[in-house]
Design a protein around this ligand. Structure first.
Ligand code: T5A
Ligand code: NA
Length: 213
């Protein structure tokens, strides 16, 4: 009889625009692969799906949508990936995810939508095992390459998103990562947290679908 593999961990990187999430996801994936951990990565929004194409149109300002309508599309974009993510984790592969429900909430709350309303469509999605919040003053992000190309890249708006991320981080056990350091230093810090989480989880327990407990 072969034993089912230990399930993989759902590792989430969150943060405001231009905090280096995509850069760090790639470095973390490479490092875990070198250490021979089965690992894959995923980003939201996934702009390749039909829903994702509408989101992409909205973000580049080609398409205008009601605040609630775009919120539901971001959530639908996570729902359409849930079975595939679940399968991957149950096969024993770790998934590093670039933005998830916390981004969904933080950006919509920053527009003035009620917190409870923002949470509801994501109820029942997978709960991450580890959340790393890349955090830095908005003025630093605003000086990074590519700033200002998309809809939400305005300093006042990002300040509100950052404060919402801070609120969310106190409700759950998130790790705050000081993102205003050089890329290798941030990577070393992230890798340490992830290795600790992998070591701790000799048995990570069942997947949780309750994001808010
Ligand atoms: N959104 C998203 C919602 O409103 N609701 C939702 O539910 C979801 C999922 C697009 C927008 O959608 C919103 C949030 C966003 O506004 P996206 O596709 O993740 O989301 O956005 P991107 O534009 O692809 O990514 P970000 O703006 O978030 O950038 P990253 O990934 O944080 O940063 P990265 O790694 O691309 O780096 C940016 C630049 O900085 C440099 C990099 O080389 C790059 O040039 N850099 C550094 N420079 C100096 N020091 C460091 N430590 C650096 N790290 C990176
Ligand atoms: Na962006």
């Amino acid at each position: 009889m072969t034993l089912a593999p230990r399930r993989g961990l759902f590792i989430l990187l969150e943060g405001c625009d231009r905090t280096g999430k995509t850069t760090q996801v790639a470095l973390l994936k490479e490092a875990l692969s070198k250490l021979e951990h089965p690992v894959t990565s995923k980003r939201f929004p996934d702009r390749s799906t039909t829903v994702g194409k509408a989101i992409d149109g909205y973000l580049s300002s080609a398409l205008n949508l009601e605040d609630r309508a775009i919120h539901l599309l971001f959530s639908a974009n996570r729902w359409e990936a849930v079975q595939e993510m679940k399968r991957t984790l149950m096969e024993g592969t770790h998934i590093i995810v670039d933005r998830y429900s916390a981004s969904g909430i933080a950006y919509s709350v920053a527009k003035g939508l009620p917190l409870d309303w923002c949470r509801d469509p994501d109820r029942g999605l997978l709960r991450p095992d580890l959340v790393l919040l890349l955090d830095q003053p908005i003025s630093i992000a605003a000086n990074r390459d590519g700033w200002g190309e998309e809809r939400y890249e305005r300093v006042d708006f990002q300040e509100r998103v950052r404060s919402c991320f801070h609120d969310l981080s106190t409700h759950q056990d998130w790790k705050l990562i000081e993102a205003a350091r050089d890329i290798p230093t941030v990577h070393t810090d992230i890798l340490r947290h992830v290795q600790e989480a992998i070591q701790r989880s000799s048995d990570p327990g069942p997947l949780s679908f309750d994001l808010w407990q």
